[in-house]
Design a protein around this ligand. Structure first.
Ligand SMILES: NC(=O)c1ccc[n+]([C@@H]2O[C@H](COP(=O)([O-])OP(=O)(O)OC[C@H]3O[C@@H](n4cnc5c(N)ncnc54)[C@H](OP(=O)(O)O)[C@@H]3O)[C@@H](O)[C@H]2O)c1
Length: 273
């Protein structure tokens, strides 16, 4: 049996859609429908992985570090206890260590290496869809995201779903491997503006922090998450050049989807994720 956690999230939905014709796939989610299992990392009593051969753990990273590490400890411990054959974990690309949310991913990777499980780590780059959410043009076409002259090696979420499916459906050859999965053509503010017919006038981190705070939609922990993302892009850390062995194309077995196309599609018709 292959179980997928985080199945109602944006990545999880893409993964489960690709596996809909398989009878041995079980959807693990906090809100299960028919045939699904309740899996809530915050409730250890829901973490029964009996009979699971492969567990695809989609990270539950939208929380403070101590919450995320407690969640991931609970799920890995439960997988060890149940004798899960192989755990595949969606992590963060190796160039993301300056992001505030890197710590929980690296903690989880370390915990996996110490575990009794066979494991594979998929170090996902930041999504092109996420870039559209954090660097969208305003009503007058201005992109004011503080990306400076930096660029992001963004990757289409669908490509990451394809890789996750490939690895999770035949995990044995990938045991003990950590795969870097980032886009091949990094995108900067000028590229984005050009693609949507707008213009790029990067703001400052301070102005952006004020705007996010004033909008009142971000939870307290999300403000440093967003600011560290802008700062790491602007600082040139996320353009993919420091990734030595990008496995995206190899594991896809084809060229990656152009991240710029995904950005434009998402800006024109936001999926809300
Ligand atoms: N690479 C990037 O650009 C990027 C951007 C944003 C987030 N991420 C990370 O990648 C993950 C997947 O991305 P996504 O786009 O699918 O995010 P998403 O749409 O926010 O989905 C995240 C999923 O995490 C699951 N989750 C949250 N709390 C949980 C808990 N207590 N127990 C079990 N599952 C829990 C939920 O699944 P259920 O509701 O089905 O239980 C939720 O749907 C995120 O959780 C985050 O860690 C990456």
């Amino acid at each position: 049996m292959l179980m997928i956690t985080g199945a109602t999230g944006a990545l999880g939905k893409l993964v489960t859609a690709r596996l809909s014709d398989r009878e041995d796939v079980v959807v693990g989610t906090r809100t299960p429908g028919p045939g699904g299992r309740r899996v809530d990392f915050d409730d250890p009593s829901s973490l029964d992985f009996t009979g699971v051969d492969t567990l695809l753990v989609i990270s539950a990273g939208a929380a403070e570090d101590d919450v995320v590490t407690t969640r991931h400890e609970a799920v890995i411990s439960a997988a060890e206890k149940a004798g899960v054959g192989h755990l595949v974990y969606t992590s963060l690309s190796g160039d993301g260590d300056h992001l505030t949310y890197a710590l929980a991913h690296r903690w989880t990777e370390r915990r996996l290496r110490r575990s009794t499980l066979n494991w594979t780590v998929l170090r996902n780059g930041l999504y092109a869809e996420f870039l559209a959410a954090v660097a969208a043009p305003g009503p007058d076409g201005t992109i004011a995201a503080p990306l400076g002259d930096g660029r992001l090696a963004a990757v289409a979420r669908e490509d990451l779903a394809d890789v996750a499916v490939r690895v999770a459906t035949d995990p044995a050859p990938h045991a003990g491997r950590t795969y870097e999965l980032v886009g091949e053509h990094p995108l900067g503010g000028t590229d984005l503006a050009h693609a949507v017919g707008g213009h790029y006038e990067p703001g400052t981190l301070a102005a952006t922090r004020e705007a996010i705070t004033a909008a009142g939609q971000a939870l307290p922990f999300q403000i440093p998450m967003l600011l560290s993302t802008y700062s790491a892009i602007a600082g040139g850390f996320l353009d993919g050049t420091s990734i030595e062995n990008n496995q995206l194309r190899t594991l896809l077995g084809r060229a990656p989807r152009p991240a710029l196309d995904v950005y434009v599609e998402e800006v024109l018709s936001p999926s809300g994720v």
